[in-house]
Design a protein around this ligand. Structure first.
Ligand code: NAD
Ligand code: 0WE
Length: 258
């Protein structure tokens, strides 16, 4: 049975009700986990208000700002986890960012600043959060991140995000090797395209979704809740032997060659 009662789960990356992290948070809650939610703060506090309203029904016992570009916010997030919970069992890393200009046109035009920013936010952040979580995962644990096929194959316009996802997937393996001896498992879910805030800002995402609906073995795309179910599974004892893996939740799309 999938049971996460007594588990403390910190979920990053909720921006709105389309976020993949929102699908994950709902399924972790359904499985009985105690939730902590982080959000990306903005000057006007709009994001804080919006995310707070959204997650209220899941009764999070912790709600903190965490911009992964700010070391002080990461430090204070995990200090709060230590003080309020004592131990951490589950960490969901569900965030990515590249400048809009980098996600269109020639890959070779990627700027130095754009490359650095995309890899810092989308890949290095897993190393940072993993390091901060390590001393708190005293009874073992599970770390799950979100990746995309563009990290292993060329997807038009995904560009520097593909390089960031390739780095992210390798971070998963190095972290899994380091944290395995303390029974902390680290895995990635490679999700098929889903309409979210991030993907909707990308030109042609609907065409990509229609393409997947034609080609994928299941003849459809996947939902945030299906990704959430897989995350809940990976965080549960049912997945106790799985670490360092990239699990595709993509209606089978990635197996197709023609
Ligand atoms: P989303 O826009 O809902 O989520 C992206 C999140 O990243 C937002 O909550 C945003 O606040 C957060 N973020 C950005 N910069 C940050 C920073 N500096 N510090 C902290 N948080 C920051 O979009 P989504 O599609 O749910 O994306 C979540 C994850 O899923 C990403 O890693 C994305 O690459 C991955 N993914 C998405 C798809 C898809 O098609 N939507 C497919 C595969 C993988
Ligand atoms: O990882 C992603 C989205 C990542 C993303 C999206 C944006 C848009 C707005 C990162 N940074 C930004 N920055 C912005 O300013 N996906 C897997 C969804 C996605 O993005 C694509 C895709 C797919 C699928 C970009 C190009 C081609 C396909």
């Amino acid at each position: 049975m999938l049971d996460l009662t007594g588990k403390n789960a910190l979920v990053t990356g909720i921006a709105n009700n389309r976020s993949i992290a929102w699908g994950i948070a709902q399924q972790l809650h359904k499985a009985g986990a105690n939730l902590g939610i982080t959000y990306l703060p903005d000057e006007k506090g709009r994001m804080e208000k919006k995310v707070a309203e959204l997650v209220e029904p899941l009764n999070p016992s912790l709600f903190v700002p965490c911009n992964v570009q700010d070391d002080a916010q990461i430090k204070s997030t995990f200090e709060t986890v230590g003080e309020k919970w004592g131990k951490l069992d589950i960490l969901i890393h569900c965030l990515a960012f590249a400048g809009k200009d980098e996600l269109t046109g020639d890959f070779s035009k990627t700027s130095r600043a754009g490359f650095t920013q995309a890899l810092e936010i989308s890949a290095y952040s897993l190393v940072q959060l993993g390091a901060a979580a390590k001393p708190l995962m005293t009874e073992g644990g599970s770390i799950v991140t979100l990746t995309y096929l563009g990290g292993v194959r060329v997807i038009p316009n995904y560009n520097v995000m593909g390089i960031a996802k390739a780095a992210l997937e390798m971070n998963v393996r190095y972290l899994a090797a380091e944290l395995g001896p303390q029974n902390v498992r680290v895995n990635a879910i490679s999700a098929g395209p889903i309409r979210t805030l991030a993907s909707s800002a990308v030109g042609g995402i609907l065409d990509m979704i229609h393409h997947v609906e034609e080609i994928a073995p299941l003849r459809r795309t996947v939902t945030q809740l299906e990704v959430g179910n897989t995350a809940a599974f990976l965080c549960s004892d049912l997945a106790s032997g799985i670490t360092g893996q990239v699990l595709y939740v993509d209606a089978g799309y990635a197996i197709m060659g023609m």
